[in-house]
Design a protein around this ligand. Structure first.
Ligand code: ADP
Ligand code: NA
Length: 332
């Protein structure tokens, strides 16, 4: 009944990391040109749930758009736009704020992580973030959402909101969206601490590879990445209880489009002193062309703005009738 439609977004809240690339963007590119309509978004309304410097936010939004295109998103084939330029996201989010329950939000682990100890001092927007995310997805009746592992709970909440809306109003209007969490790098970990995910908001720059890092920086960060003293195992089960080792193998597998098993078939028995330079070389070979192109495209702000404006127009053509119908269902 529903068109096969992919939606996903990334926050323009700072530079892109290797985690964003492998867990999200690279997979957005893979889904483009399959049997889906693909809609990708810079989610600036999500970014401001934590204060952002306005000039930096504006730059980060354009740079992120450049990153999407440099990574292989074709703005003709996919709809590429900025969330705040399509007001239907925020309008549907209000309806969903009235559908979702306080208790559902209180269970969200990302809120607990981001709000930290002083949750009373977090913004109301940070608390309500998952209802806006549900609106981002459902304003397009998206059926598939590629994301990293950290978004799994939010996608379950999106399904709960769709189900409750359909039930409360006695309709079969919103689809029950499928999360698409696949591949070797659904959760890329910090290079300094195998128990934390790699994140653009980690205070330690050495913990992550940024898409804008040059070849020397990438090599240095990988050389200094935390590992254990043992050699690489020849089978995946040998990576159990070795989070740092597993992380580097997962990164290699995702960059090379190989399975972890296939990587270990070649690399099993190698020491990290030998494996790390091979990984660096692969990372540089895959990332350098993207970061060079991203930097080039970012310089032409006018062209980026044109692409985003056109994308927003196309997005509104899909979103506006769905919002109108939602209002009718609700009695407005
Ligand atoms: P961040 O957490 O870096 O601020 P976003 O919240 O904008 O990034 O998430 C954008 C996408 O990148 C989401 O699909 C998210 O699941 C994915 N992602 C973020 N960090 C990682 C990671 N370390 N490994 C895999 N995917 C990730
Ligand atoms: Na995230």
């Amino acid at each position: 009944q529903f068109t096969q439609r992919v939606f996903s977004g990334i926050q323009p809240s700072g530079g892109l990391t290797l985690g964003n690339y492998l867990g999200a963007m690279k997979r957005f590119v893979d889904m483009q040109g399959q049997d889906y309509e693909t809609i990708y978004c810079m989610v600036d309304l999500h970014a401001i749930t934590v204060w952002q410097d306005p000039a930096k936010l504006r730059h980060a939004t354009r740079e992120l758009c450049a990153g999407f295109i440099a990574a292989g998103i074709d703005p003709e084939q996919s709809i590429l736009f900025n969330q705040s330029a399509v007001p239907e996201h925020a309008q549907l989010a209000w309806i969903f704020n009235c559908v979702a329950r306080m208790g559902w939000m209180q269970r969200m682990t990302q809120f607990k992580d981001k709000a930290g100890k002083n949750a009373q001092n977090a913004s109301l927007g940070l608390f309500a973030y998952p209802a806006l995310m549900a609106a981002d997805i459902l304003i397009y009746h998206a059926t598939h959402v590629p994301v990293g592992e950290d978004q799994k709970q939010h996608l379950e909440l999106t399904r709960d909101i769709a189900t409750k809306f359909n039930h409360d109003y006695g309709v079969d209007f919103f689809p029950i969206t499928e999360p698409v969490i696949e591949g070797a790098a659904t959760r890329v970990m910090s290079l300094r601490d195998g128990s934390k995910k790699m994140s653009k908001s980690d205070p330690s720059d050495a913990s992550r590879i940024n898409m804008t890092d040059d070849a020397d920086t990438i090599a240095k960060k990988i050389r200094k990445a935390k590992t254990d003293p043992d050699a690489l195992p020849s089978e995946a089960k040998g990576l159990e209880n070795r989070p740092e080792a597993r992380n580097l193998v997962n990164i290699y597998a995702a960059l090379a489009d190989m399975s972890v098993e296939a990587v270990l078939k070649d690399a099993g028995g190698k020491q990290f002193s030998e494996f790390k330079p091979i990984l660096s070389e692969l990372a540089v070979a895959k990332l350098a062309p993207i970061s060079t192109e991203m930097a080039r495209l970012t310089q032409d702000a006018g062209e980026i703005d044109k692409i985003l404006d056109r994308g927003a127009e196309r997005a509104r053509e899909v979103a506006a009738p769905i919002l109108k119908k939602t209002y009718e269902i609700v009695g407005m």
